[in-house]
Ligand binder design. Sequence first.
Ligand code: SF4
Ligand code: SF4
Length: 322
Amino acid sequence: MSNESSTVKEQTIFGKEKNPSSIEPKKLTLDSHIKFRCHPGVSCFTACCGGIKIVLTPYDILQLSKRLGIPSHEFLHQYTLPTYLEKTDMPGVMIKLREDDNKCPFVTPEGCTVYTDRPTACRYYPVGMADFHEGGSRDQEGNENTPEEEKFFFIVREDHCKGFEEDKEWTVREWREDQGVDVRDEMNKEWLRLVMRRKSFGLQATLSEQAKRMFFMASTDLSTFRRFIFESSFLDTYEIEEELLEKIKEDDVELMHFSFKYLAATLFGAKAIKIKEEKIKEKVEQMKQQQDETVEQSVKEYEMLKQSLEQEKEETGIKNKQ
Ligand code: SF4
Ligand code: SF4
């Protein structure tokens, strides 16, 4: 399988940037009509579940771990491989294909065994969405707005896919509803914004290793992120409302949304999470102290320099007299 087709599902979540031949060069709206149907009767059934890169969103990981009844770290270990997201240095994961046949571990000849919890990328095909793009205005919390009118849709058509030969017609809106894509979009949008925002900075602006580790932990392993909140000095630093704390203790989806806010605050300085007043004062004090120490040090250095210059002058004077 070519590189192009192996990234087709990735393009459907992240939108398109160039125009490979599998993407039809036509902008669609929610009311545009498409002719497509995928069902066990098509001759290519499950052909698109192999030789492919399926990037997982945080919500995908959450749902698949629940579906399989295992903690997220175990899911990550067993079913995923690390990858970088959308040509950025932000770490994420993709599904680890089976070694023997290079297919998704969840596919059988009868179809997808996790169908109702399948990842976002598998739901999108063949209708991709653009555009969660960089730039644009920002809301009060410093997050970028993505106005509805910036969105458009496009068809991804793989040669081997016979779904286009079926008679069923839908609007893009109906197709998306049927595939449960709208719910996924809502769940994924803040995370996608983080990735796209990072992408807009380009690779010149480097992300520290610590920031990368934090991004990976908060967006892939929610149980560890929860421990980080409740078992580290996190709550000494940030001011979080009691009500929200209670929610994120138990509710994984709330915790996931909170993780996006936390990442926006730490990576991009969004004002979504408040730092405690005393922590800010402490930091200001620390900076002032560092500043004072620097001034003190430079005064000392100046004095020493002056002294050595005077000494030099004195010595030269003595020599001249001799
Ligand atoms: S998760 Fe399901 S739909 Fe997606 S590639 Fe795997 S088997 Fe196919
Ligand atoms: S290749 Fe197309 S029609 Fe065939 S199983 Fe995949 S999505 Fe369905």
